[in-house]
Design a protein around this ligand. Structure first.
Ligand SMILES: NC(=O)c1ccc[n+]([C@@H]2O[C@H](COP(=O)([O-])OP(=O)(O)OC[C@H]3O[C@@H](n4cnc5c(N)ncnc54)[C@H](OP(=O)(O)O)[C@@H]3O)[C@@H](O)[C@H]2O)c1
Length: 285
């Protein structure tokens, strides 16, 4: 029997990738956007779960606007903490496994070596705090869970970094990108692949996993690679984060360690250049 998989947040970068691009022939997949499944509405979640009876609930719904979360605290908390708890409760009630996405922004970025799954969290901004509290609610509520922390997710859909760079490049000759925050980006295709692996492999131990590409880069490096690969003449200049002075602080270093998934998958993830090239080729070139 094919596993029934219910994905929330269907309109986002990751949810749309589940909807349109993930190899899911061996699953019975239902992807729900916010208009049909609001994860903060427990009655709606209960009804959706009772109707579809998923074996896996994949939570790709979140309040992800990092700067807005500083001022829209109640809303960010409701989606990222209460919503996660509601899904955990309904998964637990029905025996489903909950797979939940979280973020490198749970870390403060004060170290200079990749963060492991069990390193202490210390979020610098309210978005990161809500994502951490959401993780903790899940750990308290349901044993059968996977929390996948990912970072700098881009892809073929939604408001993602590639789209941002291309939209800006269409309007400006020179662009500025931050060069003093280092992270490890992730293609949404590779994130859904890893999630599918967990769904297909019943013996993958429950718990927290980090999923991003190999390598350590800044947004400046990433933007330069996009512009060059797309054959554009846009000039990309490096600037410190303070140049934009955004409301939310970001960690100066948030590279995720890949040791645990390398051990689980018995192979290394793509490096950041090939991950980015593959996505550009598939969706943009
Ligand atoms: N993108 C990244 O760089 C990144 C990095 C690290 C971790 N993550 C994590 O990856 C996951 C997926 O994020 P994403 O990149 O796909 O973000 P996204 O593009 O912002 O998608 C999130 C989706 O959730 C929806 N949503 C918001 N509130 C909801 C609610 N109450 N009920 C149901 N749906 C709701 C949003 O709808 P509206 O647009 O209508 O609000 C949006 O379609 C999140 O857990 C995020 O924290 C993302």
């Amino acid at each position: 029997m094919k596993p029934r998989v219910l994905v929330t947040g269907g309109g986002g970068i990751v949810g749309s990738t589940w909807q349109h691009a993930a190899p899911t022939a061996d699953m019975e997949l239902r992807v729900a956007g916010r208009s049909t499944l609001d994860i903060t509405d427990e009655r709606q979640v209960r009804e959706a779960v009772d109707a579809f009876k998923p074996h896996f609930i994949v939570n790709a719904a979140a309040f992800t606007r990092v700067d807005d979360a500083e001022t829209q605290r109640e809303q960010a908390y409701r989606v990222n903490v209460t919503g996660a708890e509601i899904l955990a409760r309904q998964a637990e009630r029905t025996g489903a496994v909950l797979i939940h996405y979280s973020t490198d922004y749970v870390f403060d970025g004060k170290r200079r070596q990749p963060y492991r799954e069990d390193d202490p969290a210390n979020p610098l901004n309210y978005y990161g705090l809500t994502k951490w509290l959401g993780e903790e609610k899940i750990r308290e509520t349901i044993q059968k869970h996977y929390i996948i922390r990912t970072a700098w997710v881009y892809g073929g859909f939604g408001h993602n970094f590639i789209r941002l760079v291309l939209d800006l490049a269409a309007r400006h000759k020179t662009l500025r990108f931050v060069n003093d925050q280092t992270g490890s980006p992730t293609a949404a295709d590779d994130l859904t692949d890893f999630t599918s692996f967990l769904i297909r492999n019943a013996d993958a131990p429950f718990g927290t996993y980090h999923c991003s590409h190999l390598g350590e880069i800044t947004r400046y490096d990433q933007a330069r690679f996009i512009v060059r690969t797309m054959g554009l003449n846009t000039e990309i200049l490096p600037v410190p984060a303070s140049y934009f002075n955004p409301p939310a602080l970001r960690p100066p270093y948030s590279v995720l360690s890949k040791e645990k998934i390398i051990h689980l998958l018995n192979r290394r993830p793509k490096n950041w250049e090939s991950g980015l090239y593959d996505t550009l080729k598939k969706y943009y070139l």
